[in-house]
Structure formats: C-alpha cells, structure tokens
Design a protein around this ligand. Structure first.
Ligand SMILES: [Zn+2]
Length: 269
C-alpha cells in the first residue's frame, strides 16, 4: 500500500527507489519486473546523490523515492526498461500506483525547471509537494488532468467505440478531457455529443482511476441514451456502435476503468 499522507524528508540508503528513464521504468534484468531498487543501489549504479531524489511517499512501511536517469544510462545487459503502461496488470496494483505517482512527479519536476510566469529557475518546496520560483515566488503543484469516461447504454445495449489512430483495434467507452469551467456531467454530455453525435441523460458516477500517462485521473460514469442516431467524429472515432452484452467486440482489460464499466454494466443486467 502506498501511503502519501507524509512524505519522507531525507533519503536513507535502505529506502526504496523507483528509477525512470523517460517514460520507462528501469528494473534489474534478474529481478521481478517493477521491483524497486534501494537508494544505495541507485547511488552505486548511476552515481546519483540522494538529494536528487523526489519524495513519493511510503511503500510497505519504507520511504519511497523517485530518480530520473537518461535513456542511455540503462545498461543493455543488466537492466530492463519497460513502458509504464506495460506494468499495468503485470505488477500488483499498489506497486503500479507507486510507479504511476513516481512517474507523474518526475514528469512534473522535469517540465517545471523554470517558472512559467517569469522564467527564473525553480526549486522544490513544502518538502517536495510544490515547486517554487526563486525570483517571483510563483508556486506550482503537481498537475492532475481530469478526464471523464462514460459507458452509454440504450436499453440492453452498450455503446463502444474504436478510437482513431490506434493500431490494435479494440472497442472502448468514450472518454475525453474536461474543459475549464465544466462540471463532470457537462463534460460527459459534451464529449458524447462531439464524438458520436447523440444526447445522453441520467448521468451517474461510477468510480475513478489515476491514469499516469502522464497525469490524468479518469472519472467514470454511466449515462443513458436520450436522442439522436450515431454520427461519428472521424478525427477521433474510427468506428462506434451499439453492442449486445453477449456479442461484444474486443474490449479493454479489467485493469482499466473502461473494462470495469463494461463488466459492471453487464453483471448488473
Ligand atoms: Zn517566477
């Protein structure tokens, strides 16, 4: 279980570390995929000082830190670098959450080295919870971008869509980023209207999932078809249709909230 209620303040040699090279989590080739390093191992392998670590939280009762290395620092013979997405469902959920949070924090730090307001150099403050401008004191917290994801149903049928641009074609629930000034329900209705041209109502919340690719949180909803026939936005949607529960196309795995929405709908019939 990842605990982020207090962040560790000083990295000790036996603390846990997660190491990323760009989008890839780096683990020892001989170890289990996704298993953490210690701070001491990171120092020995890559010469990284503990002061370069970002505090992630506590995992299995020990402090957990995140380190970034360059992609050419991954040893081709001793280490393996795997895309964060490929760890989803392959490592236990708590460990995946730890990787997701570590990756989001590293991404946040890497993209905020300079102040967005005045351009001066920044540094960490509030024990790693915020980035502070050295000149104008502008403060930036880790960004989380909310997305709505919705399973639309029409009687016993559910609406699934294949997104444009994906090589591996599978059918998923509709999803999109929320716009500033929108409620979740407004975002659900707008996304469905934009992508497939129908009106929905009876929008109800299901659950949420952190989605660290790189910094979303997916807010899951159910909604009922109200009016209109499918008219696809071809820039975003390659295909969409109403499906019977017993004749589904390939759908996302249960590790994603889309898979959970579909499964919940079918099991509740
Ligand atoms: Zn500034």
């Amino acid at each position: 279980m990842l605990d982020i209620s207090t962040l560790p303040q000083r990295a000790e040699p036996n603390d846990w570390s997660l190491v990323f090279a760009g989008r890839n989590a780096v683990t020892a080739m001989r170890g289990t995929p996704g298993s953490p390093w210690t701070v001491k191992e990171v120092g020995n392998l890559w010469g990284l000082e503990p002061s370069l670590a970002l505090p992630v939280g506590h995992w299995q009762g020990r402090a957990l830190w995140a380190f970034a290395i360059a992609e050419n620092q991954v040893s081709q013979t001793e280490q393996i670098a795997v895309n964060l997405y490929s760890l989803l469902g392959r490592v236990e959920d708590n460990l995946f959450h730890a990787h997701g949070r570590a990756y989001q924090l590293l991404h946040w730090a890497r993209t905020h080295r300079h102040c967005g307001q005045c351009g001066a150099a920044t540094g960490m403050t509030e024990g790693g919870r915020a980035i502070l401008c050295s000149e104008c004191a502008f403060r930036v917290y880790p960004r989380v971008s909310p997305c709505v994801i919705v399973l639309v149903s029409k009687g016993e049928q559910l609406l699934l869509a294949a997104a444009a641009g994906f090589q591996k074609r599978f059918y998923s629930t509709l999803a999109g980023f929320m716009e500033p000034g929108e409620s979740c329900e407004q975002a659900v209705a707008r996304e469905v209207r934009e992508e497939v041209g129908i009106e929905v109502g009876n929008i109800r919340y299901f659950s949420s999932q952190p989605w660290p690719f790189p910094s979303q949180v997916m807010l899951g909803f159910f909604a009922d078809w109200v009016s209109g026939s499918l008219a696809l936005n071809e820039e975003e949607i390659e295909d969409a249709d109403w499906f019977d529960a017993n004749a589904l196309p390939p759908t996302p795995p249960m590790t994603s909230i889309s898979g959970q929405l579909i499964s919940h709908f079918i099991n509740s019939r």
